[in-house]
Design a protein around this ligand. Sequence first.
Ligand SMILES: [Ca+2]
Length: 199
Amino acid sequence: MKRILSVILAALLLTVHCLAIGEETADLETIVTIVTAPEQTKAERPPCFPDPTADFVPLPETENLALNKTVISGAHTDVYVDRNVNDGKTDTYWESKGFPAEITFDLAGEYSVSTVAVCLNPSSIWEPRTQEIAVQVSLDGEHFTEVAAPEKYQFDAATGNRIRIDFDAAQAAWVKVVFTLNSSSRTGGAQAAEICIYE
Ligand SMILES: [Ca+2]
């Protein structure tokens, strides 16, 4: 008998509890305003949070012909080997040992190239520096023609720590990028996290 009374009491308590929750939910429904989310197809940034990449040097949106292609260079510094220069990651980089520093890409095909971009790690830890760079192209990997004469380019995190070299379109199966100066006091060689080549 005592057990039956306990069960009845528990059932009554559960019923009262459920009724209380029901009233609470009803109360919430009366104070909550339901709004419909606006259509949004891309990420939007409020004006008080300016886009940090807005001032970055724009790069072509076409295929990067250098990505993961065979690359040849001279001596490198420490662990900063040449295959870091076209692995698609800006947190790995190539650093030559001294100047001039040449790095050559086998495009594995013939293309009409017109832009070479040189990128450092975009982090502001990489302080501004100047590198002098030229571009040469070849159809046989032996005879090269200069398409962009040596020129000093400013690398700055504010503009993405990257520069682009545009030149008249030239047929190329090989592209050689020649560095002759780096103003950074931290190294005696050329530095590039990524070198990208575009038609
Ligand atoms: Ca890299």
